[in-house]
Design a protein around this ligand. Structure first.
Ligand code: NAI
Ligand code: MG
Length: 333
């Protein structure tokens, strides 16, 4: 039976890459129906709401959301929509796989790591207070509940996918209580998985090690802020933001999106790389147990990347988004 999923067409390159991905899903025979909504800054300017009520209602109903990037308007009163969605639907696990592809020229050829970023707390609770004219305090929150579930998910994922090692990234040497709690829960849970190697690293050292020797990393589990930074760093190792997909999973809801933003600098030029968003759609298909369809798409993308003759400008090619899309569709058959 076909599954209905909610689709948010966001801002900037969002609409272009959404159209492209939906066409590839269609061509690959995904068993999906779509409820598609315009959301984001453009929608807010037009209708006064970043996410219209009916778009929320659709996600409430379908429990699965394919979301393209949204521009966060700058200014007071705007909380990032992404932060809002993650909080509202308790999408606590942000999973970001970064894997080298031989087609893409980078100094590293065998990066294959998965970052588990806690998605609901840390400094991203957005609690800031003006103490006086010259002082602002920001609140960092780490709880046993949120830390336990993301750390456990990281070990369970390692077990399910035959991964060898889980690394906890933190700054517990300075943030002794908050990151200290995260690290101590990590060490407790690690004992339950004796077959999986575990270690921990301080965030600054991790940044250095990641660019010196990224192959040492397998699964990383980390609080929200470090996860945000490390995943962009990881995308740099594999050839850029156009290649990093993600899933945001909670107990009842799941949202799939590229790690990159709305790229206003290249919007409307038909040169956006849709791969990160397409791989996010593949993660969605796997979540929905349409594994064969996901594998078919992944194989087609690999073939096009490997051939290297039809790549978007971020990968040093000259193809438009649409040419790249057509090349993938051709490989599906
Ligand atoms: P960005 O990720 O949109 O762009 C950074 C750079 O990477 C730009 O030069 C852009 O052209 C390039 N780039 C990004 N995705 C690409 C793709 N698929 N193909 C080719 N090149 C690509 O980050 P930026 O510029 O900091 O943010 C722009 C807007 O996006 C902001 O309003 C920000 O708040 C929002 N944003 C939204 C996210 C989301 O909805 N998940 C995530 C990150 C940022
Ligand atoms: Mg980020």
């Amino acid at each position: 039976m076909k599954k209905t999923v909610t689709v948010f067409k966001g801002d900037g390159i969002g609409p272009e890459i959404t159209d492209c991905v939906l066409e590839i899903l269609q061509a690959a025979g995904a068993e999906l129906d779509y409820e598609i909504y315009n959301v984001g800054e453009a929608e807010w300017i037009k209708n006064g709401a970043l996410i219209p009520e009916e778009a929320y209602a659709s996600f409430d109903r379908n429990h699965v959301l394919l979301k393209s990037p949204i521009t966060t308007p700058i200014g007071h009163g705007f909380r990032s929509l992404n932060v809002t969605l993650r909080k509202k639907y308790d999408l606590y696990a942000n999973i970001r796989p970064a894997k080298s592809n031989i087609a893409v020229e980078t100094p590293f050829h065998d990066v294959d790591m998965v970052i588990f970023r806690e998605n609901t707390e840390d400094l991203y609770v957005g609690v800031e207070a003006q103490i006086d004219e010259n002082t602002v305090h920001a609140t960092k929150i780490i709880t046993r509940k949120a830390s336990t579930r993301i750390i456990r998910d990281a070990f369970e994922y390692a077990k399910a996918h035959g991964r060898k090692k889980v690394t906890c990234v933190h700054k517990a040497n300075i943030l002794k209580m908050s990151d200290g709690l995260f690290l101590s829960i990590f060490n407790e849970i690690a004992k339950e998985y004796p077959e999986i190697e575990h270690n921990d690293k301080i965030i600054d050292n991790t940044c250095m090690q990641m660019v010196m020797n990224p192959n040492q990393f397998d699964i990383i589990v980390t609080p929200n802020l470090y996860g945000d930074l490390l995943s962009d760093l990881a995308s740099g190792l594999i050839g850029g933001l156009g290649l990093l997909p993600s899933s945001n999973l909670g107990t009842d809801y799941a949202m799939f999106e590229a790690v990159h933003g709305s790229a206003p600098d290249i919007a409307g030029q038909h040169i956006a790389n849709p791969t990160a968003f397409l791989w996010s759609a593949c993660m969605m298909l796997e979540h929905l147990d349409q594994r064969e369809c996901a594998a078919k798409i992944r194989k087609a993308v690999d073939a096009v990347l490997e051939e290297g003759t039809c790549l978007t400008p971020d990968l040093h090619g000259t193809a438009t988004t649409e040419m790249y899309r057509d090349a993938i569709i051709q490989k599906l058959n």
